[in-house]
Design a binder for this molecule. Sequence first.
Ligand code: GLA
Length: 388
Amino acid sequence: MRQFACFLLLVSSMTAFGQKFEGLAPTPPMGWNSWNMFAGNINEQLIKGVAETLLSNGMQKAGYTYVVIDDCWESMARDTAGNLIADPAKFPGGMKALGDYLHAKGFKFGIHNCAGTQTCAGFPGGRGHEFQDARTYASWGVDYLKYDWCNHGTANAEETYKTMRDALHAAGRPVVFSLCEWGNNQPWLWAEKVGHLWRTTGDIRDCFDCQGVYDMGWKVILDKQVGLEKYAGPDHWNDPDMLEVGNKGLSLGESRAHFSLWCILAAPLMAGNDVRNMSKEIRDILTDPDVIAIDQDPLGKQGYRFIENPGKEIWVKELSNGEWAVCVLNGGDNEMEIHVNWNNLPFLKGTFRVRDIWTRKDIGTTKEEFVGQIPSHNVVLMRLAPVH
Ligand code: GLA
């Protein structure tokens, strides 16, 4: 009897620890993050202005619900009790009030910190304070934590992120846990049980295919997603980093192609531009319901590269109800005439109706070859539905 009681105790303690909050991200999370556009130039007014805009311009309605405050929101030091505190000059009302404000407007509140001793920008990191910080976040009403990887010393990634997962769980408030470990330790192999999304690469930059030491253009990141598709699914997504749509280094076509391919990847869609000052064209890209529907398809399958020829790639994503999304990318420097013979896509069984998503036109069936002109660094995005 006593042995049985011990066994029960063991089983219950095993289930009390070692779990993430389940079911928080059945489809890839969507929202806005301050980093790509504003880096350290953030404050309460900006965040409130962004939230107002997301509400008035249709983005919240389109699905962008998480407002995530990235690095540089903190004071340079913890308080005497070791608690994290917001920079009182940037966030005079404090984080609890900001969380309340966002919740009242129908948003979810996201925040950034780091698994190391300091964030990448040098603010206090979470190492050694995980359970205390998780309680702080819960008391502020935080719904989403992006957890970075700077200054981690010799820490083991899997163990470190598991500690924070357990701390969040112990604090009791459901939080989407976004691992930002840059793919250094292949999180796709172990993070499904740890968080809801994990970065697969270093940082994105607003260019097509430039390559820096720590950051790179979206096409370079896209190439690094090949083969990762099998690791993603509901509640556990590969994160090829936040959107650069609308930022100044991308042409309109490059923004459209970037958005299309991030949707094919079932990527988390975190807008990273100044939504208060964007063109109608950019807003139309970010809010296109048919493109977003590809990202948010309930089947939850990440798309993959099916054909790669010089300058021309075909990416495909299986959708629910036997439908498919097909994205043809012209990665070359010149406009190209592109032919797609549907017989070369053997996973298409039977005939499909073909719709061009960006032009919103039905363009025939898979019985005919697709022929299209695609400008440089641009795409044609199609949705295929079986003809019954
Ligand atoms: C890292 C992350 C970025 C951003 C910065 C903030 O570089 O990968 O997304 O959060 O830190 O310092």
